[in-house]
Design a protein. Structure first.
Ligand SMILES: NC(=O)c1ccc[n+]([C@@H]2O[C@H](COP(=O)([O-])OP(=O)(O)OC[C@H]3O[C@@H](n4cnc5c(N)ncnc54)[C@H](OP(=O)(O)O)[C@@H]3O)[C@@H](O)[C@H]2O)c1
Length: 309
């Protein structure tokens, strides 16, 4: 006879848009869900749907085997630990698995993991790659890192968040390393897109007229991405099959000029041009764009072409 396991109890700390979406997905999947937030009234809707109010950070951490924290940054997680430890007689926290779905940098995340370890908490890190509205749907994508044994123990419960859950390795900072690189891609792309809309608008081209062409251009970036990644990892930088950095810097120069002519700040594009110029000055003029990843990764900034080598 197949035994049906009842959904495991979970606790969620942090009731911003993401924390609420997480708690909501657990409730929808039938998990008994305890919640806590610094500002209590943000939990009202979830309490009306059957969630239980924890009362304090310590009670929340003590409420069950699996605790999720999703707050603004690692400092806020530290503040929650501090509040729990402020209760009389506490020098350690309850032994529980804490899945930290708060975004922060890899270094800060490792510090937090080390502190959690010292305090007796079993720590797994996670980076959410999708917006709050996607939580509980197939579109969810969450990257995890930390002890694989914790991931395996709780993956069935975490599946309530929907979509794909990918474990990247035992280093607790690894998911944050992916997260920060992907967020850099996302926000520099969005900034670049807004910059292009601004330039187009100054030339009486509405954003909606440019949009289908911009979409095609963004698709080109997505198409080029796997080949560039393979070239970077293999150390192949020849620009003879694609645009050389000499050609790229000329093109960026025309764009900077057009931006100035249109009265739009060229700062975003000028920064990109500075990086390419530094690589060209260092002798990489015949290389492809893949060289930039290697060049900037050596620690060169776009401001030190003299130091480049
Ligand atoms: N929203 C999204 O679509 C999305 C997508 C991917 C990843 N994320 C990540 O998910 C995390 C949470 O995001 P969010 O959108 O829910 O909202 P958020 O604005 O990033 O964080 C709000 C939450 O942090 C709490 N908080 C802030 N400072 C605190 C402190 N010192 N002590 C205790 N709690 C503190 C807030 O409590 P109060 O209510 O009391 O202020 C609230 O619960 C972030 O790291 C974010 O980068 C969000």
């Amino acid at each position: 006879m197949i035994q049906q396991l009842s959904p495991a109890p979970v606790t969620v700390l942090g009731m911003g848009p993401m924390g609420r979406a997480i708690a909501s997905a657990f409730l929808a999947a039938g998990h008994p869900t305890t919640v806590w937030n610094r500002t209590a009234d943000k939990t009202n809707e979830l309490l009306a749907r059957g969630a239980v109010w924890a009362g304090s950070p310590l009670a929340a951490l003590d409420a069950g085997e699996l605790v999720i924290v999703c707050v603004i940054d690692a400092n806020a997680v530290d503040a929650i630990f501090d509040r729990a430890l402020a209760e009389p007689g506490r020098s350690r926290l309850p032994v529980t698995t804490l899945v930290n779905l708060t975004s922060d940098g890899p270094g800060r995340t490792r510090e937090l993991a080390a502190r959690a370890d010292e305090l007796g908490v079993l720590y797994l890190d996670g980076s959410i790659m999708t917006p709050a509205a996607a939580i509980g749907t197939e579109a969810t994508r969450i990257l995890y890192s930390g002890p694989v044994v914790l991931f395996d123990r709780h993956r069935h419960t975490l599946a309530a968040l929907g979509g794909a859950a990918v474990h990247l390795g035992d280093d607790p900072g690894r998911a944050a390393s992916f997260d920060i690189a992907l967020l850099n891609l996302f926000w520099t792309s969005i900034t670049g897109l807004m910059h292009s809309f601004a330039l187009a608008a100054r030339q009486n081209v509405p954003a909606t007229a440019l949009a289908p062409h911009a979409q095609q251009m963004a698709g080109l970036v997505a198409d080029l991405l796997p080949g560039l990644a393979a070239d970077i990892d293999a150390g192949r930088f020849s620009g003879t099959e694609s645009a050389s950095l000499t050609s790229v810097t000329a093109s960026l120069g025309h764009i900077v000029h057009a931006l100035e002519e249109a009265g739009v700040s060229p700062a975003v594009t000028q920064e990109a041009k500075n990086a390419v110029d530094a690589a060209v000055s260092a002798g990489h003029e015949g290389d492809s764009a893949a060289r930039l990843a290697e060049f900037l990764g050596r620690g060169h900034t776009d401001r030190d072409p003299q130091a480049a080598g």
